[in-house]
Ligand binder design. Structure first.
Ligand SMILES: Nc1ncnc2c1ncn2[C@@H]1O[C@H](COP(=O)(O)OP(=O)(O)O)[C@@H](O)[C@H]1O
Ligand SMILES: [Mg+2]
Length: 379
C-alpha cells in the first residue's frame, strides 16, 4: 500500500481528513479559524522537467483564472517549511463534487438545476478558452458543487495553453469523458472540453455513466461512442478534415467498424422518457456530442442555445463580468528544468512569509469571535 500522505501545513490550519486522492496529489479538509478550507498537496514538482511543467501550468492557470466565478477560489499557495519540493494549494472547501451528487439519490436533479449546472460549466470553459487554456480533464470528479448548485472547476493538473502548431499529447482526459478526436489520436483543441460537458449533461439527466468504457480499452471506449453518436463519415479522416492526423491504427479500426456496423445516432433515444430531458435539453445534448469537432459548438456558441433561455440574464451578466477582465499574458513554459523550477518558486512562495499573514489573520478571527461572544452575552 502507498504511504499515507503527509500534509506539512502550518499551525493555523487544522487538518480534519483526506477528501480526495487522485493520480498525482491528495486533498484534505482543514479548519482555518472558523472557516473550512480544502488543501491540495501537489508533491515533488522537481522530479523531472515534465512534472515541473505540469505543476507550473496547474499553478499558473488556477492563479490566472481567479476572477472567474466558476473556477474554485484559491486563497493561497505555499511551499512547506521543510524545503520539500511540494506545492500546497489552499482553496475554499466545497461540500461535494458532481460525481457524488449524481450518485446521491436524495438530491433532486430536475431540469432547472441541470440547466444551471451546465450553464456554469460552459461559462467556466468560456473563460478558460478565451485565455487559450484547455482544461483537458473535465469530469464529474473535477467539478465541485455547493448547496446552492454553484459549480466550480477544479483540478487544472492537465490543463495547458493551446498552441495550434503543437501536437498535443494523447491520453489526457479521464477516459469516459474523452472526446473521440483524442481517442483517435488526432489533433484536438478547446472543443474536446465541450465534448466532456456533453457527457456530463447526459450523466446528470440519466444519473449514471454515459460511456463507461473498459479501463485503458480505447476500442471499447470508441465503440460506445459509435453506438450512441452513430458512426462518422469516412470523409472526416481525409486531408484537411478534423481526423486527418489520427493514427493509422485508429483509422484502420474505425474504417473496419464503419464498414461492418454502420450505426445511426441514438442520442435522443437514450434520454427518452428521462425526467428533465425536454426536447431542448436533448437537442443541446446532441449538439455537444457532435462527433466531428469542427461541427461541435464552442462553449460560447453552446451558451447561446435555446435551452438556456430561462437563464439568459444570468448568462449575459456573467459573460459581461468576465469580458471586462484583461486577458492574462500566456506565460512560457519552455526551458530547462532549472527555469521551470524558478518560475514555480516565484509564483509559490515558501512558507514563513505566508505564515505571518495567516497568523495575523487568525488573531483577527480570534478577536472577531471574542467580540461576537461578548455581544451575544450582553444581549
Ligand atoms: N476545494 C475543494 N473542496 C472540496 N473538495 C475538493 C476540493 N478540491 C478538490 N476536492 C476533492 O478532491 C478530489 C481530488 O482533487 P483534484 O484537484 O481533482 O486532484 P487530482 O489531481 O488528484 O485529481 C476532487 O475530485 C474532489 O472530490
Ligand atoms: Mg482530479
Amino acid at each position: 500500500m502507498d504511504d499515507p500522505v503527509v500534509f506539512d501545513v502550518p499551525a493555523p490550519f487544522v487538518v480534519e481528513g483526506i477528501v480526495g486522492q487522485g493520480a498525482y496529489g491528495a486533498v484534505c479538509k482543514a479548519k482555518y479559524g472558523n472557516e473550512l478550507r480544502a488543501i491540495k498537496k501537489i508533491p515533488n514538482y522537481s522530479k523531472s522537467c515534465d512534472s515541473a511543467k505540469k505543476v507550473l501550468r496547474e499553478v499558473q492557470i488556477l492563479q490566472q483564472h481567479q476572477y472567474c466565478q466558476q473556477v474554485i477560489c484559491c486563497h493561497t499557495m505555499f511551499r512547506p517549511s521543510s524545503g520539500d519540493k511540494d506545492v500546497y494549494v489552499v482553496m475554499d472547501f466545497q461540500p461535494s463534487d458532481l460525481s457524488s451528487t449524481i450518485k446521491d439519490k436524495n438530491i433532486t436533479l430536475d431540469e432547472d438545476r441541470v440547466r444551471y449546472i451546465v450553464a456554469q460549466l460552459l461559462l467556466g470553459l468560456r473563460a478558460l478558452h478565451a485565455n487559450d487554456c484547455i482544461h483537458r480533464d473535465l469530469s464529474t470528479r473535477n467539478i465541485l458543487i455547493n448547496e446552492d448548485s454553484q459549480v466550480y472547476l477544479c483540478d487544472f493538473g492537465l490543463s495547458r495553453f493551446f498552441d495550434p502548431d503543437e501536437q498535443l499529447s494523447f491520453g489526457v482526459v479521464t477516459q469516459w469523458y474523452r472526446a473521440p478526436e483524442i481517442i483517435l489520436d488526432a489533433q484536438y483543441d478547446f472543443r474536446a472540453d465541450v465534448w466532456s460537458v456533453g457527457v456530463i449533461l447526459g450523466e446528470l439527466l440519466l444519473r449514471k455513466h454515459l460511456f463507461p468504457g473498459k479501463p485503458n480499452d480505447h476500442a471499447d471506449q470508441l465503440n460506445r461512442i459509435f453506438m450512441l453518436c452513430g458512426t462518422p463519415s469516412k470523409d472526416l479522416f481525409a486531408e484537411g478534415r478534423s481526423l486527418a492526423r489520427s493514427s493509422d491504427n485508429a483509422r484502420r479500426y474505425s474504417f473496419m467498424y464503419i464498414d461492418k456496423r454502420p450505426t445511426q445516432p441514438h442520442l435522443a433515444k437514450v434520454l427518452e422518457g428521462v425526467a428533465g430531458a425536454s426536447p431542448n435539453a436533448i437537442a443541446l445534448f446532441a449538439r455537444l456530442l457532435t462527433f466531428d469537432q469542427a461541427a461541435r459548438p464552442t462553449a460560447n456558441e453552446a451558451l447561446q442555445d435555446p435551452w438556456f433561455e430561462p437563464l439568459r440574464d444570468f448568462i449575459n451578466q456573467e459573460m459581461e463580468a468576465m469580458d471586462s477582465v484583461e486577458k492574462p499574458a500566456i506565460p512560457s513554459d519552455s526551458g530547462e528544468l532549472a527555469d521551470i523550477l524558478e518560475q514555480i518558486e516565484t509564483l509559490v512562495k515558501p512558507f514563513p512569509e505566508a505564515l505571518k499573514i495567516m497568523q495575523d489573520q487568525e488573531a483577527e478571527y480570534a478577536a472577531a469571535a471574542a467580540q461576537d461572544d461578548a455581544a451575544a452575552e450582553s444581549s
